[in-house]
Ligand binder design. Structure first.
Ligand code: DC
Length: 229
């Protein structure tokens, strides 16, 4: 099998990360959750008072950007990488509803995207990488050998996020989550820079009615088809 680059893009909470992580582990590839990077920047902004209510102090964030260091370290207990912000593990905190509610406007800022894309491209220099996000097949790795575009209905995705948060003991409201999912879809697809869109050469996967093992098999077959050519 040749070493390739795999780009997985799609809407929020559509199970991209789960299938991408599983494939990475099976085939020994590096897995990068690019959404975690935008979430880590958002957490930083929340913790440093850069976000106040709905207002973002863009100038301060721009100044702080060089001091925001995001890294991934493999956690053998979970069998997946954890996200670190300036040396501190933030894997759980970046998944909170508060971060989810503020991440889209942060991810729409040009100077934030520029820095994240630069770091992502550096991670992919040697191929053997699977990265998921919104603009991986279009902007970060336009030459990726395999591009997947994942989609599922907003209701199915809200229910998945609800189950995930409840399992972690967070109290949440399904309606509020559905609203959050729809709002993020809108911002992600309508922003000026790198909006979420399907690359012309991407393969579409609608997983609304698929189980996790079915998705895993689908992705593995797609990988083998391309890497075995
Ligand atoms: O995949 P996620 O829900 O963890 O992503 C969090 C946010 O980051 C989401 O609003 C979209 C944004 N994002 C992005 O703009 N570009 C990426 N490559 C990945 C995520």
């Amino acid at each position: 099998m040749k070493k390739i680059t795999i780009a997985v893009d799609g809407y929020s909470s559509c199970g991209k990360s789960t299938m991408a992580k599983d494939l990475a582990r099976e085939i020994g590839y590096i897995y990068v959750d690019s959404g975690a990077m935008y979430r880590a920047v958002t957490l930083f902004a929340l913790e440093h008072g850069i976000i106040q209510g709905d207002h973002i102090d863009e100038e301060r964030l721009r100044q702080e950007m060089p001091g925001i260091e995001i890294a991934f370290r493999f956690n053998p207990e979970r069998g997946r990488p954890d996200t670190y912000l300036n040396g501190t593990r933030v894997e759980d905190r970046i998944r909170s509803l508060e971060v989810s509610n503020h991440v889209s406007p942060i991810a729409a800022l040009g100077f934030v995207r520029q820095e994240m894309v630069r770091q992502q491209q550096r991670m992919g220099l040697e191929k053997g990488i699977i990265m998921d996000g919104r603009d991986i097949g279009t902007t970060v790795f336009p030459d990726a050998e395999l591009k997947i575009f994942v989609t599922a209905s907003a209701e199915v995705r809200a229910r998945r996020r609800y189950d995930e948060l409840t399992a972690k003991g967070e109290t949440c409201d399904l309606e509020e989550i559905l609203h959050n999912v729809q709002e993020r879809d809108y911002i992600d697809t309508h922003r000026d820079i790198s909006p979420l869109r399907q690359a012309a050469d991407a393969v579409v996967l609608d997983n609304s009615h698929m189980t996790i093992p079915e998705q895993r098999e689908w992705l593995r077959a797609a990988y083998e088809r391309v890497a075995g050519e």
